[in-house]
Design a protein around this ligand. Structure first.
Ligand code: FES
Length: 142
């Protein structure tokens, strides 16, 4: 086999493996917002989410708990809320946007206090995960 034909064979084999992996990833079931929230809540009461000072009063923060992308909001000094970032419309990742939470895919907007739909095509609120303030931390509530 010549160097050129060997490279051609390896290139085709590599493309086939990469194509298979892509197809597998596409076929993987996507977590629902409620499944995501339940998986996070199952980590147990007292699990640290973030430092209270990490999120400004009136702001929101994207946080990660064991690989789950979440949104922590702080509408008032001693009020915090935690949501799955999975959009209930079609599963895109919702992100902090000023004083609300917005989905970049189709424009759904959510309230930082209860995840209620403020606008857009989403037909359900963001899935909420109970949290509380413990000292200087925000933790999962029991
Ligand atoms: S996926 Fe979020 S608005 Fe469509």
């Amino acid at each position: 086999m010549t160097d050129l034909s060997r490279r051609q064979v390896l290139g085709v084999a590599g493309a086939t493996v990469a194509g298979t992996c892509l197809l597998s990833a596409c076929a993987a079931p996507r977590a629902t917002p409620q499944d995501d929230a339940s998986a996070v809540a199952a980590r147990g009461a007292g699990t640290r989410v973030a430092g209270l000072a990490d999120v400004a009063v009136g702001g929101a923060l994207a946080v990660d708990v064991d690989g789950h992308a979440l949104l922590l909001t702080r509408p008032a000094e001693r009020e915090v809320h935690l949501f799955s970032s999975i959009c209930p419309h079609a599963g895109c990742k919702v992100a902090p946007a000023g004083d609300e939470l917005d989905c970049p895919c189709h424009g759904s907007r959510f309230a930082p206090t209860d995840g209620a739909v403020l606008g857009g095509p989403a037909g359900a609120p963001l899935a909420q995960i109970p949290v509380e303030i413990q000292g200087s931390d925000v933790v999962l509530a029991g």
